[in-house]
Design a protein around this ligand. Structure first.
Ligand code: NDP
Ligand code: PYC
Length: 335
């Protein structure tokens, strides 16, 4: 393993992105997100993703200097056209108007269109929850996941993220793929030459497989929770695809045209302002919500994101460790 401080990790990511042709704004926004992933112990959406950013550019599937355009679509709807660039800058561009509309209406949505998307959603959800809002986010990906009862890929790994503000502490955040596991995790198993657990994927005949090469290249990933994950994956396809006028995971995969480019489609975020729902009683009801968290932790169970926040606290002191092979592949992109 190679140990890096967070600042070294950030300069490594940023210099690779700049060297390969991304403009400074995208290089910074993407590096912020990737280093946050590595810092929080989310290796599947950490520094490893720099490889995909560069290969997406080399495949001509991401616009290196896209300028996001913000449109005030409706009283409660902000739209950002990412112009074929990565999603991070588009989110940053739309965030102030989303927050303003949420404060004035109680609920508002941000639809990001035409973005290349490779990142974990908690990075965005946490910003909304830290600002006192309840928030949800959804995005499709590429069609890699079979519906429950079938074995041909239809859905993306289609994550759903949720955030809830908590006074004086990190927000309650969960963020997971509707597949049994993010594809990035299976890719990391492949890189490490390791088998994957049963239940993550099937071969081309629908038979269970623990070989990441078979699942990634010929078979299909599976949804979590059988028909329930399958229905949630379909919901994400619909509300973060056709509802916002953007591509489904199948259409995104077709757009990639055989390249290994990151998915290209939209993202939907929904924010709710407890103060608009509850007025002066907001603090009292948010305090009542704490009992839910206490009753989870009080019996030894953990809250989602607890592992991540602990990893963050460690990384801020100790830095992060990445596999030597990944470090080598990253350095090669500076050649
Ligand atoms: P996991 O299956 O690891 O689940 C993630 C969520 O569940 C986290 O909030 C995690 O918290 C929580 N969690 C895990 N174990 C427990 C536990 N024992 N008790 C309570 N909570 C728990 O992640 P996935 O593989 O499904 O997804 C990983 C990431 O991949 C997500 O951030 C997602 O946004 C991203 N992704 C992005 C896609 C895209 O298109 N942009 C597509 C698919 C995935 P903690 O982190 O603290 O462990
Ligand atoms: O890990 O499934 C995944 C993924 C898809 C797009 C970004 N991450």
């Amino acid at each position: 393993m190679i140990r890096l401080t967070l600042s070294e990790a950030h300069s490594l990511a940023c210099s690779i992105l700049l060297h390969n042709g991304f403009c400074a704004d995208h290089a910074k926004a993407v590096s912020d997100t990737i280093v946050a992933g590595e810092r929080d112990g989310c290796a599947s959406h950490g520094l490893y993703r720099v490889l995909g950013c560069v290969s997406s550019l080399k495949a001509g599937k991401v616009v290196a200097d896209a300028r996001p355009e913000v449109v005030d679509q409706a009283p409660s709807i902000v739209r950002v056209d990412a112009g074929g660039g990565f999603s991070q800058l588009a989110f940053q561009a739309g965030l102030p108007l989303l927050q303003a509309k949420t404060h004035s209406n109680g609920i508002a949505a941000l639809a990001i269109n035409r973005c290349v998307h490779f990142s974990a959603l908690w990075v965005e959800i946490e910003q909304l929850a830290e600002a006192g809002l309840v928030a949800l986010a959804f995005t499709p990906s590429h069609a890699w996941v079979a519906p429950a009862g079938g074995h041909r890929p239809v859905f993306g790994t289609n994550p759903i993220a949720f955030g809830w503000p908590r006074a004086g502490q990190h927000p309650y955040v969960f963020d997971f793929a509707t597949s049994a596991i993010a594809r990035g995790d299976i890719e990391l198993h492949r890189r490490a030459g390791k088998a994957i657990p049963e239940g993550w994927g099937v071969d081309e005949h629908g038979q269970p497989s623990t070989d990441p090469n078979v699942v990634l290249d010929r078979g299909a990933m599976l949804t979590f929770g059988g028909h329930k994950g399958s229905a949630l994956a379909a919901m994400v396809e619909l509300i973060a695809g056709p509802l916002i006028g953007d591509l489904t995971s199948a259409e995104s995969l077709a757009h990639a045209d055989g390249s290994k480019a990151s998915p290209y489609h939209g993202e939907l975020l929904i924010a709710l302002d407890p103060r608009r729902f509850l007025g002066d009683a907001a603090d009292q009801h948010l305090a009542r919500a704490e009992a839910v968290f206490e009753s989870i932790e009080g019996q030894g169970a953990r809250l989602p994101s607890a592992r991540r926040y602990a990893a963050r606290a460690r990384s801020l002191v100790e830095g992060v460790e990445i596999p030597q092979a990944l470090y080598h592949d990253l350095r090669a992109l500076l050649a």
